[in-house]
Design a binder for this molecule. Structure first.
Ligand code: COA
Length: 188
């Protein structure tokens, strides 16, 4: 198993029209738009007033996050290299060779079947380069798109994590537990 903190630079990976790469300065406007999106604010733990300062900090501190064992990427369109989303593997657990995935697409990049390709690319990185044997996802029961996209990418639903998530109103919310193992990625 290889921990994110052992990478000298944030790696770049491409496949199925997607690029995973380090965040950079020209992603700033896209990051602000994507993290201010209603569905992202509803379903992900982001600051309610996500500003350019938050995005700048994300760009500047991404290498530190890797050193903190959190593999953070920007998702870009492979042809244009422009920002289309953000993805990360967090809670990397060396003992269990597992991690959790977080994933979002900028609204203009949704409904294009991009999510499945992006999820699979992040998971391939986790299995092939980090040596993970299990990647978990925790999603709100009402977040239908991520359930559909996750199942198509190879995740399987395993149960309920009670009170795992914090809703925008601060209330604890149950999550669907889903996970993908290396063999689940074999078939498209
Ligand atoms: C989750 C997310 C990445 C999925 O990306 P997407 O581009 O919307 O996904 P897709 O277009 O591949 O859609 C997946 C499926 O959900 C369906 N779907 C998409 N948006 C939907 C919506 N608003 N309501 C109901 N179904 C929807 C699609 O029809 C598709 O079903 P199909 O494969 O049977 O056709 C994206 O919606 C997103 O960034 N959401 C906000 C952040 C977030 O919730 N991240 C996950 C936190 S756990």
């Amino acid at each position: 198993m290889r921990l994110p903190g052992t990478f000298d630079t944030i790696p770049t990976l491409t496949g199925d029209g997607i690029r995973l790469r380090a965040p950079r300065q020209d992603d700033l406007a896209g990051l602000v738009r994507a993290f201010s999106d209603d569905r992202v604010r509803r379903f992900m733990p982001v600051p309610p007033d996500y500003t350019a300062a938050h995005a700048q900090s994300f760009i500047d501190t991404a290498p530190d996050m890797w050193r903190g064992q959190r593999a953070v990427f920007v998702l870009a369109d492979e042809a244009s290299d422009t920002f289309i989303g953000e993805a990360e593997l967090l809670s990397v657990n060396e003992l269990y060779q597992s991690a959790e995935i977080a994933f979002l697409l900028d609204a203009p990049a949704r409904r294009l079947r991009t999510a499945v390709a992006g999820l699979r690319l992040v998971c391939r990185f986790g299995f092939e380069q980090l040596g993970l044997t299990r990647i978990e996802a925790f999603a709100d029961f009402e977040n239908s798109p991520v359930h559909y996209a996750g199942l198509r990418a190879g995740f399987r639903h395993e149960g309920t994590a009670r009170g795992k998530l914090s809703g925008p109103d601060g209330q604890r919310r149950d999550a669907v537990v889903a996970a993908v193992l290396p063999e689940d990625l074999q078939s498209p």
